[in-house]
Design a protein around this ligand. Structure first.
Ligand code: NZQ
Ligand code: ZN
Length: 382
């Protein structure tokens, strides 16, 4: 066990119908006006928007609507949101949606206090010193953003999909009602499952060996996500499966599983962000393509842990059998596993690798992840 600090301050309010409490919860915190951040319309179609605004009105909380957050949120929309939040002097940001909406809300919350370009935070030119409180009502189980300190935004001018991390970005409170995910379409349930699995395997494979509690936490999350997403795909309104899936995805990236494992890296995410930056594909779809390709490259470098994965998750013996079993399972649930399945030609590999190598530098993992190595990994996905 390595030394660590673990402090996750997010208050989770979990259960059926709990979004109706949002007005009361905000008012209890002394919040009188929020920026209400939403996506491209799913919250309107489901009736959630009406329930949330009715709750705000009933508790006397004013709101400024800010809709139109794109899946893979973009910097230009963040910048307009900051201006709107400043103009209306909001006291908090309320995100109602999936990871994209929450990430944009977090970035607006930090950007409002920054005089320069908010992109400075993403390229390490400035540091987040303060943010408005962020509240979330989650509608899609995937990213863990509802209980973590990260946000990911795409700069479409530079084609960079980069992230920020800061203790100031932890939401103050997140409402998780599994019923709100009943309407998530099958493809996005699949992408969410892949993302949650990706979040736990990054450290599992790249850390030093020998932290068995953390290994077992990861294996438990993977097995739980696999089982619950299969049920969700068969029965989208199975409350227990949606609830289990939702909480597992939250725990997958809230700091719990890597606590005590020492140094680790996020190489699959580094490569995937380049795919999404250039081709604007869903994050979980890109990960499903990258992960088996990366595992084929990485298995000889940490054979023992890849064999453990094969054994514990799929009851197989060798690392290679484990990777094949994972690919088969991804195919079974309808995830893409090759670049061409997400519309990316093999001829783009050098461009993607160069883009990913740029992010590798920002994340301090340019060794071993130079463009040439990343190209070699991506060739496994052709
Ligand atoms: O925009 P709306 O209309 O809301 O539609 C969304 C969107 O089209 C829809 N959706 C969401 N909830 C729904 C629903 N449709 C029906 N019923 C519901 N209840 O689903 C689509 C995808 O939503 P999005 O928020 O983009 O998905 P997700 O939660 O997977 O978020 C992806 C973003 O998060 C980033 C990704 O890179 C990507 O930009 N990530 C954020 C992380 C973090 N903050 O910690 C970590 C991750 O590794 C990831 O990078
Ligand atoms: Zn992810």
């Amino acid at each position: 066990m390595f030394d660590f600090e673990f402090h996750n301050p997010v208050r989770i309010v979990f259960g059926r119908g709990r979004e109706k409490e949002i007005g009361r919860l905000l008012a209890a915190d002394g919040i009188g006006r929020v920026l209400l951040v939403t996506g491209m319309g799913s919250v309107g179609r489901s009736g959630l928007y009406d329930r949330v605004t009715a709750s705000l009105v009933a508790s006397g909380v004013d709101f400024t609507d800010y809709s139109g957050v794109a899946a893979n949120p973009v910097l230009s929309h963040v910048v307009t949101g900051i201006a709107r939040a400043r103009k209306d002097k909001v006291e908090a940001v309320l995100a109602v949606g999936g990871g994209s909406v929450i990430d944009e809300a977090k970035t607006i919350a930090a950007g409002i206090f920054h005089d320069g370009e908010v992109w400075d935070f993403f390229i390490g030119r400035d540091e987040i010193k303060k943010a408005l409180p962020v509240y979330t009502i989650l509608t899609l189980a995937a990213t863990g953003s509802e209980m973590n300190r990260n946000a990911v935004i795409t700069n479409t001018d530079t084609r960079q999909k980069y992230s920020i991390s800061s203790d100031h970005l932890y939401p103050r409170l997140s409402i998780l009602n599994p019923e709100l995910t009943f309407t998530v379409p099958p493809d996005h349930s699949v992408y969410g499952a892949v993302d949650a699995i990706a979040h736990v395997i990054e450290a599992y494979f790249t850390k030093e060996p020998g932290t068995r509690l953390q290994d077992r936490l990861v294996e438990s999350i993977i097995l739980t996500v696999m089982e619950s997403v299969e049920t969700v795909l068969e029965t989208p309104e199975d409350y227990d499966a949606r609830a289990t899936f939702m909480w597992a995805a939250t725990l997958a990236l809230n700091g719990l599983t890597p606590a005590g494992v020492g140094p680790y890296a996020f190489p699959n995410h580094m490569i995937e962000h380049a795919l999404s930056a250039i081709y604007n594909i869903p994050h979980g779809a890109g990960l499903a393509v990258v992960i088996p390709a990366w595992m084929k490259w990485h298995a000889p470098r940490n054979r023992e842990q890849h064999e453990r994965f094969a054994r514990k998750i799929f009851g197989r013996r060798t690392a290679e059998e484990g990777i094949t079993a994972l690919e088969d399972w991804l195919k079974k649930i309808g995830a893409p596993v090759r670049l061409k399945e997400v519309g990316i030609p093999a001829s783009s590999i050098p461009e993607i690798a160069a883009n990913a190598a740029g992010l590798a530098k920002v994340w301090g993992i340019e060794e071993p992840y130079c463009a040439r190595v990343i190209e070699g990994i991506l060739i496994n996905a052709v």
